[in-house]
Design a protein around this ligand. Structure first.
Ligand SMILES: Cc1cc2nc3c(=O)[nH]c(=O)nc-3n(C[C@H](O)[C@H](O)[C@H](O)COP(=O)(O)O)c2cc1C
Length: 403
């Protein structure tokens, strides 16, 4: 079976199979944003579950800029001992454990940032205005400082024993904001042409490469497009990957879309577009590609690898329901998993609360795994909804960006 085949990166690191556990924000850090025993237990479960690569939830580089409560923040070495334990358990079983490093930019909720920063002072779209304050433009000095923060967090990850890092360049966060001509209206060296909009990402990558060395895996997660007429286009996304591959990036993860639906001919335009994008990427450049989004069955995983749409199978939500799915598939005892559509029973309410409750449902499962409990699968949205309100109060009803 193709999913069982190892994959060698150009820096000669070998990944034991094609399962790539994509980032899922754990939201389990304490009030000081420190990792703890729950992270260790959760990653122990995934490391014994069989995926070749396990990517952490996004770790933030600045405690004044959080994407959500409970994010881990690494600004210095004060938590190195617990990070070492996290890395020790997460790399068991010959698992690659990569830390995802991120800054939310303007996507930091009002409750956490009164004045978030961004490449330019362009507010969030209307439907998100209640939840996010308008951002202010970063100065050049602040941009340089953020590059140093990204590099420093990566340095600490390596020192603690994480075996790679992933730069989060997707989902509308700060790096994605720099890449997007809609969000980035700067007139200096960081704005304007695509080359300039890429400068922030390239400085982060080059700073990391210098400090981490040639043989340490550095990956990037990128949107295939912002699906926004004013945003980052497919062609620009391909050019970014081409440039990053030419300067030694080890792996690219492409996010957005849903892999399985087109196969069943029910895909929307953006879903078909997503596969099309992955194919173009594979034809045009020589870099390992991970496509993430919607993989649920062994059959579609094998087809995607067979048809060379992807080199690895990116999976998130199914691994919150069954952390041992890779081993089960490899042993032939599981041919797939379904992820439920959560419902309150009231369509209008489902539409309003959808993404927040969906993510919370999975985050609750992560906590159960971390506590050694079995997951609680169901499609009743009231359970996560009540917990969400209990945890975040009225904030829970403010719109949140989908991850
Ligand atoms: C609870 C939850 C948290 C997530 N957190 C992150 C994150 O921190 N970083 C990231 O790049 N993607 C994050 N994602 C997105 C996933 O990595 C993945 O791209 C998406 O869920 C689609 O894959 P799937 O269909 O296999 O779930 C998150 C998804 C969920 C459900």
């Amino acid at each position: 079976m193709r999913v069982a085949e190892p994959l060698k990166l150009k820096n000669s690191v070998e990944l034991k199979n094609r399962f790539f556990k994509s980032a899922m924000s754990e939201t389990m850090a304490n009030k000081r944003n420190q990792p703890n025993e729950k992270h260790i237990q959760l990653y122990r479960a995934w490391a014994t579950g069989g995926a070749g690569v396990v990517v952490t939830g996004n770790v933030m580089v600045d405690r004044n800029a959080l994407g959500e409560p409970g994010n881990v923040v690494i600004e210095d070495e004060q938590d190195i001992d617990i990070l070492r334990e996290w890395a020790r358990y997460g790399t068991q079983n010959n698992t690659q454990l990569w830390m995802q490093i991120n800054h939310p930019g303007k996507q930091s909720p009002k409750s956490m940032s009164k004045e978030p920063v961004a490449p330019s002072a362009v507010p969030m779209a209307n439907k998100y205005k209640g939840a996010f304050s308008p951002p202010r433009e970063l100065t050049e000095g602040e941009i340089k400082n953020l590059v140093i923060r990204f590099v420093n967090t990566a340095r600490i990850a390596k020192k603690a024993g994480f075996t790679g890092v992933q730069i989060h360049g997707a989902h509308g966060y700060l790096i994605n904001q720099f890449l997007s001509p809609h969000d980035n209206r700067r007139k200096d060296a960081y704005g304007g042409s695509l080359e300039n909009r890429m400068k922030f990402l390239i400085e982060i990558y080059e700073g990391m490469r210098e400090i981490l060395g040639h043989s340490y895996p550095i990956a990037l997660k990128l949107n295939s497009s912002d699906f926004n007429t004013m945003g980052f286009t497919e062609d620009e996304s391909l050019q970014v990957v081409e440039k990053m591959a030419s300067i030694g990036l080890n792996l690219i993860e492409i996010s957005g879309g849903n892999y399985e639906k087109p196969k069943m001919s029910t895909g929307t335009d953006s879903e078909i577009f997503f596969i099309d994008y992955a194919q173009k990427l594979k034809e045009r450049m020589d870099i390992p590609v991970v496509v993430t989004g919607g993989f649920r069955s062994f059959e579609s995983m094998e087809i995607a690898l067979e048809q060379n749409h992807t080199d690895m199978i990116g999976i998130a939500r199914p691994l919150a329901l069954e952390p041992h799915l890779p081993n089960q598939i490899l042993a032939g005892s599981n041919v797939g998993i379904t992820t439920q559509h959560l419902t309150t029973g009231f369509h209008a309410l489902d539409v309003k609360i959808g993404p927040a409750v969906g993510n919370f449902y999975y985050a609750m499962q992560l906590k159960r795994i971390a506590q050694g409990k079995s997951v609680r699968r169901h499609n009743n949205a009231w359970w996560p909804l009540l917990h969400l309100v209990g945890t975040h109060g009225s904030e829970a009803f403010k719109p949140r960006r989908k991850k």
